[in-house]
Design a binder for this molecule. Structure first.
Ligand code: SF4
Ligand code: SF4
Length: 81
């Protein structure tokens, strides 16, 4: 499942151990891609199809728990870096 940034596949990675359930990401996501998981209210991706790759969640997470990865459609992200 991928997001809908034109010409790109979008992936939203959440580093669960880093997430401290502050709620910023799921409150600010304009596309309602993210939700709070039970019972700890950590962020989870529940609607990736709607993700536009805007990176708002990544920028606003104060704990560097979110990584938005965009790759041109049809290409596989290279390892390393
Ligand atoms: S903004 Fe970061 S720390 Fe806060 S709920 Fe989202 S992923 Fe977790
Ligand atoms: S990149 Fe933008 S649309 Fe995608 S989950 Fe983050 S805030 Fe929502």
């Amino acid at each position: 499942m991928t997001g809908r940034l034109k010409g790109h596949d979008v992936r939203v990675e959440i580093n669960e151990p880093r997430c401290r359930s502050c709620g910023i990401c799921y409150d600010v996501c304009p596309e309602n891609v993210l939700s709070a998981s039970d019972p700890l209210r950590k962020a989870v991706v529940t609607n990736l199809d709607a993700c536009t790759g805007c990176r708002l969640c990544e920028w606003l997470c104060t704990d560097w728990a979110i990584n938005v990865v965009t790759t041109p459609t049809g290409e596989t992200a290279s390892a390393g870096g």
